[in-house]
Every structure is written in structure tokens, then in C-alpha cells.
Write a protein that binds this ligand. Structure first.
Ligand code: HEC
Length: 151
């Protein structure tokens, strides 16, 4: 009971904030969140590669990573709101200058991630390998065109 009440209160505070916060209030928060989402995408990618490389890896978990990748690809476009182009970010202004081109890069990623999800569910490791190539190509395509090059 003592734990229950503060939780309700915390939820109320969170939802009140969500409803009153102006859309572009916090570019830094948006950037941090975007990086966390990208790290999650990178985490699933590393896990898939790890399972493929390892003879003893838990192959059954591939399905979870395929689902995670597909789910994250569906929110990837939403982590680049207007106003999140300044600050500690490698996201290039061209994302907001050429939204149609950026949308294509997101779509390419979503198609590749969906392909990975289906390949992991088929259990066919050759298909997973082929899907991995496409998926890596989608990351690379977007990073090359829309992310600042590492100095
Ligand atoms: C539609 C474009 C797009 C796609 C597709 C994409 N990325 Fe990214 N990624 C970015 C951008 C832009 C940044 C820089 C974000 C920033 O600094 O705000 C980034 C940053 C990252 C980072 C660094 C996050 C950090 O902590 O700074 C990782 C890791 C990453 N991406 C992994 C991946 C992987 C793996 C894939 C493919 C499975 C992928 N990304 C697909 C655009 C994309």
C-alpha cells in the first residue's frame, strides 16, 4: 500500500508533464533519447552478429532481436523532431532540409528490419545472413548521408 500510492502519484506527474510540455521544449532531451534509441538498435545488431558468429550462441534468441529491430525501425523516424538539430548531436541538418530523402532512408531501414524479423522467424540461417547484409546496408546508407562523419 505504501509503495502503491507514490507510484500512482509519479504516474500522474509524468502524464501531466507529457500533456503540458511544449513540443520543442527540450532539444537536449530529444537528442539524448535519440542516441538511446540508436544504441538499442546497435545493441540488437551486435546481438544478431554475435549469435551468427558463435557456434554455441542461443540461436532461439534471434527471434527476439529480429522483433526488437523491426519495432525500433518503426519509431526511428520519430526520434528526429524539429529543434533537435542543435547541441551534442551528429545528426546533420540535411535531415530537416530534405525530409523526403530522409524518409526514404527510414523506409529502407524499416524494410530491411522487417526482412530480418521474417528471416529470424524462418530459422533459416542463410536467410538471416542475407538479411543482415541488407540491414547493415540500411544503417550505412543513412549514416553516410545523414550523420556527421567521425573526425
Ligand atoms: C534513418 C537514418 C538512420 C538509420 C537507418 C540508422 N541510423 Fe544510426 N544514427 C543515425 C543518426 C542521424 C545518428 C546520430 C544521432 C545523434 O548524434 O543525434 C545515429 C547514431 C547511431 C549510433 C550512435 C548513438 C550514440 O550513442 O551517439 C549508433 C550505435 C547507431 N546509430 C547504430 C545504428 C545501426 C546499428 C543501424 C542499423 C541497424 C542504424 N544506426 C540505422 C541515423 C540512422
Amino acid at each position: 500500500m505504501h509503495l502503491f500510492k507514490p507510484t500512482i502519484l509519479a504516474l500522474a506527474v509524468i502524464s501531466a508533464t507529457a500533456f503540458t510540455a511544449p513540443a520543442f521544449a527540450d532539444g537536449d532531451g530529444e537528442i539524448k533519447y535519440r542516441k538511446s534509441v540508436m544504441k538499442s538498435i546497435g545493441g540488437h545488431m551486435g546481438a544478431i552478429v554475435g549469435i551468427l558468429k558463435s557456434e554455441t550462441g542461443n540461436k532461439a534468441n534471434l527471434i527476439v532481436h529480429g522483433q526488437g529491430m523491426a519495432a525500433l525501425s518503426n519509431i526511428a523516424g520519430s526520434v528526429f523532431p524539429e529543434g533537435s538539430d542543435f547541441g551534442e548531436t551528429e545528426a546533420l541538418p540535411v535531415i530537416w532540409e530534405k525530409p523526403a530523402d530522409f524518409a526514404k532512408a527510414v523506409k529502407m531501414f524499416q524494410d530491411a528490419a522487417k526482412g530480418m524479423e521474417m528471416a529470424t522467424q524462418s530459422g533459416d540461417m542463410a536467410a538471416v545472413g542475407a538479411a543482415l547484409g541488407k540491414l547493415g546496408g540500411a544503417c550505412k546508407n543513412c549514416h553516410e548521408n545523414f550523420r556527421e562523419k567521425k573526425k
